[in-house]
Design a binder for this molecule. Structure first.
Ligand code: NAD
Ligand code: UFG
Length: 340
């Protein structure tokens, strides 16, 4: 079965490609390489012994996208990762985010909406919930006004897909609302490669541990939490990858209960920033240099997933511990730097 993965050379996409190839799917990847490199294909081949078919295509290029679908009429499922994802950059340059994340999605849906059958998995985010009133967060928690243009593109993206699904019953879609994806494939052949200074906690930790950054700043220790630092639900990227495959199979096996479904993808357990620091130290034996600094603007106090819907309906559950995730992120960091 042919599966198209847009943005399939990026961080999450590449791990999903590995999972699909390992399950013998025929995988087509399109990516414009704006935040990834062709070397990722070698990493995938090192793990799987084969590569996906790759074409350098920008999903916003309507003509090229249309030509791709004409040449590949037998694509049975699409997993759509291609998007820009830096929250801060989206505040600085909102139109870049609306243009890339929304246009790409619209053009993709234009290709899918008139097919006899189409199955789409969309990368959404727990940012759609903002600071939820109740924890853990269920899928029926209200979607709160977005904190950033990036977050807004995820909310709008879900709405666009839902609207199209209403009038095009042959299109079936699932939005996966990721909590905080971390870690890497255990071989260290693929992982997350942030450009410039990392904005996210785990790559900042591994870059500090390897000596690229002097010190981790822990943003705020005055939150109303058990140790004063903010709480998130850190999910191993390989668990996340497995969730994509089961969600896609749910669509392709015609098991979905409505044309558009949402699932939280997290572990169900929240960890504070200091707990992550401690878990990293105990998983790797490396001492981390860190200091407490004021809160970062826009951060919520706590977010972790209610995972019952994903557990029961998808039959998916996170398998890896936080220590596993951090050990794999560290393995990846060491591999990358040994090639520098
Ligand atoms: P990433 O930047 O590593 O991967 C995205 C890939 O898409 C990159 O390879 C990039 O080159 C490509 N791309 C971007 N715009 C494109 C376009 N117009 N045409 C073709 N290719 C394009 O990001 P990621 O962390 O792997 O995230 C994947 C998806 O998951 C994104 O939609 C992101 O918003 C979403 N998401 C990520 C997180 C996270 O914390 N990483 C959390 C929630 C949701
Ligand atoms: N943090 C630090 N120091 C750092 C970086 C982060 O203390 O150097 C703290 C943050 O304040 C927060 C926690 O670590 O409390 C996690 O921060 P991240 O930046 O790693 O993750 P966020 O929860 O802020 O957001 C991430 C992605 C979003 C995505 C969201 C949910 O950046 O794009 O997860 O999936 F939408």
């Amino acid at each position: 079965m042919k599966i198209l993965v847009t943005g399939g050379l990026g961080y999450i996409g590449s791990h999903v490609v590995v999972e699909l190839l390992n399950r013998n799917y025929d995988v087509l990847v399109i990516d414009n390489l704006s935040n990834s490199s062709l070397k990722v294909l070698d990493g995938i081949e090192n793990i799987c012994g084969k590569k996906p078919d790759f074409e350098k295509i920008d999903v916003r290029d309507k003509g090229e996208l249309n030509d791709f679908f004409k040449r590949n009429q037998n694509v049975q499922g699409v997993i759509h990762f291609a998007a820009s994802k830096a929250v801060g950059e989206s505040v600085e340059n909102p139109l870049l985010y609306y243009e890339n994340n929304i246009n790409a999605l619209v053009y993709l849906l234009q290709e899918l909406q008139d097919k006899e059958e189409a199955h789409l998995i969309f990368s959404s985010s727990c940012t759609v919930y903002g600071q939820a009133d109740e924890l853990p967060i269920t899928e029926s928690a209200p979607v709160k006004p977005a904190e950033s243009p990036y977050g807004n593109t995820k909310q709008i993206g879900e709405e666009i897909i839902q609207d199209v699904c209403k009038v095009k019953p042959a299109l079936k879609a699932i939005a996966l609302r990721y909590f905080n994806p971390v870690g890497a494939h255990h071989t260290g052949h693929i992982g997350e490669l942030p450009l410039g200074t990392p904005q996210n906690l785990v790559p900042y930790i591994t870059q500090t541990a390897i000596g690229l950054r002097e010190q981790l700043s822990v943003f705020g220790d005055d939150y109303p939490t058990r140790d004063g630092t903010a709480i998130r639900d850190y999910i191993h990227v390989m668990d996340l990858a497995a969730a994509h495959v089961v969600a896609l199979e749910r669509l392709m096996n015609k098991k979905s209960s409505s044309n558009f479904e949402t699932f939280n993808i997290g572990t169900g357990t929240g960890s504070t920033v200091l707990e992550v620091v401690n878990a990293f130290e105990s998983a790797t034996g490396v001492d981390l240099n860190y200091k407490i600094v004021p809160r970062r603007e826009g951060d919520v106090t706590a977010a972790y997933a209610h995972t019952e819907r994903a557990n029961k309906v998808l039959g998916w559950k996170a398998q890896y511990s936080l220590e596993d995730s951090l050990a794999s992120a560290w393995q990846w960091e060491k591999n990358v730097r040994s090639k520098d």
